[in-house]
Design a protein around this ligand. Sequence first.
Ligand code: NDP
Length: 280
Amino acid sequence: MPQIIDGKAISQMIKDECRERVAVLSADGKVPCLAVILVGNDPASTVYVGNKKKACEYIGIKSLSYELPETTTEEELLALIRKLNEDEEVNGILVQLPLPAGINEDTVIKTISPAKDVDGFHPENVGKLCIGQPGFVSCTPAGIIELLKRSNIEIEGKECVIIGRSNIVGKPMSLLMLRENATVTVCHSRTKNLKEVAKRADILIVAIGKPRMITAEYVKEGAVVIDVGIHRLEGKKLCGDVDYDDVAPHTSAITPVPGGVGPMTIAMLMNNCVEGFEKR
Ligand code: NDP
């Protein structure tokens, strides 16, 4: 039987640690403050933003909510970000992605002060990750490192294969695994012989965005499998990029969907907010 990596329990542990840190830090009456900006009314984004606000409340982080209409222009959004960059009370700024057509995401990300970029998407923070300097790290990959470490899974010296090279998951994941001394291979849609490459992995991290694409044929016996994907099937059931029932019996440890990587993203966002406050 594989070890089922419990993202729900581990994320709760991280949130509780954040809550304790905030209680200590806010003894003088000052609390961390996260500004959350939502443009438009995409239903999934509205749910994510709601969950982030709930987590802030639990931990004791003040959250400022900016819900802007779909018709907001890029300049209006940038003006709000610049105002929040200057606001000393605010130590984290989060712009929920994706943004409506007509607003350039790269420009928005670059406008957020790197010191308040709790999502870790600003090129300065990405660059720091690349050269091994401290800075904010993208929440989902940072959460995966916590899942592995807190499940006592050794990373150093292991063959790690990451399927997916997006800026928010695959690429930062590869840098973090490298930092942890894994031997890292990154695969993408042009990779040849994906099954053979994936089968080399002691730790296989899957972030493709294709429901249940990864079957047992891609997995070495006894590998650790981390499934980043999240998809809502008909009937509202959730599944990942990994065919869990097919793959799990061949692994030594695996993350379920839901309850694996998903809850870690918000927990690490909270961790970044508290860290930002500590560094002020
Ligand atoms: P993207 O669509 O940005 O990236 C997908 C990556 O997978 C690309 O690099 C693409 O390659 C690669 N890919 C696509 N098809 C194949 C294939 N057939 N073979 C090999 N590689 C392939 O997705 P994200 O990284 O943003 O997200 C991935 C998944 O993780 C999604 O399901 C998303 O919903 C989920 N997610 C979950 C989060 C969580 O909190 N749990 C957070 C973020 C994402 P190429 O570059 O060549 O196009």
